[in-house]
Design a protein around this ligand. Sequence first.
Ligand code: PSU
Ligand code: MN
Length: 304
Amino acid sequence: MNRLDIHPEVARALADRRPVVALESTIVTHGLPRPDNLATARRVEAAVRAQGAVPATVAVVDGRARIGLDDATLARIAASDTIAKAGLRDLAPVAAAGGSASTTVGATAHLARLAGVRFFATGGLGGVHREARETWDESADLDALSRCGIAVVCSGVKSILDVAATLERLESLNVAVIGYGTDRFPGFYLTDTGHALEWRVDSPAEAAALVRARDELGLADRAVVFANPLPAADQLDPALHDRVLAAGLAACAAEGVRGKEVTPFLLDRFHRETEGLSLAANITLITRNATEAARIAVAAASAL
Ligand code: PSU
Ligand code: MN
């Protein structure tokens, strides 16, 4: 396809029906501080490889969608101060202008699926923001996942969100949410948001079988979310979390932060205000999710 550059290693794996795991790039450019962002991106790719799958980090580079980045390009986007954050609707304008952008969960899922990649790992999905009744701020990740047949392993949705409202929206959008070794919905830095889940799987083979059932039922056009919690010992202290979030939301309102700036603004505040504790949790959870996505992709490939 003309606007899509699939890295040769990824293309070979797809042609041979070997496991491939997509990774998003907005977490690299807008979700983690430098220089930990590049180190984390490399570590996450290595976690995928360690399970016998091929990583495909997705971004738009010089007007072309890239599925799988070489290390020099990964380093280039990680070092950029000015690179844009592209959701699904931004892909065409960025590409047409010959520009570069990192891709959100929604945009990554779309491009990965277009290239034939079926598994994806990220940190926490976007969702309905607190005070969405006034701001109408609902992440475009939700709409994107409702029209893209990817299986995404994540630690639930970001804890900065209105989690209950986000779960309601995922239900309305017919996106299946499956506990991965849990009955409780995790919240990114937090192990348990207090919300119960209806469905769970307890192994990569069970997860792969669920994805296969989805496809066989004519539902291959929408995402399945596998919610993989941080172990309680690795989560951010919930009291610290709530304190930092309250101050962050107040700062957001006071400084008039809006639209796609909100999420990076709050994550950055977390990383500064918790003196690295949220960063450590973030790195742990994204690495764990990459490992599990790779294990599921391997299980799916071996069942073919
Ligand atoms: N989860 C993280 N870090 C991030 C994001 C999610 O651990 O940086 C990014 C993802 O790219 C997600 C985006 O798609 O935030 C959601 O942004 P918004 O709320 O503006 O839709
Ligand atoms: Mn938003």
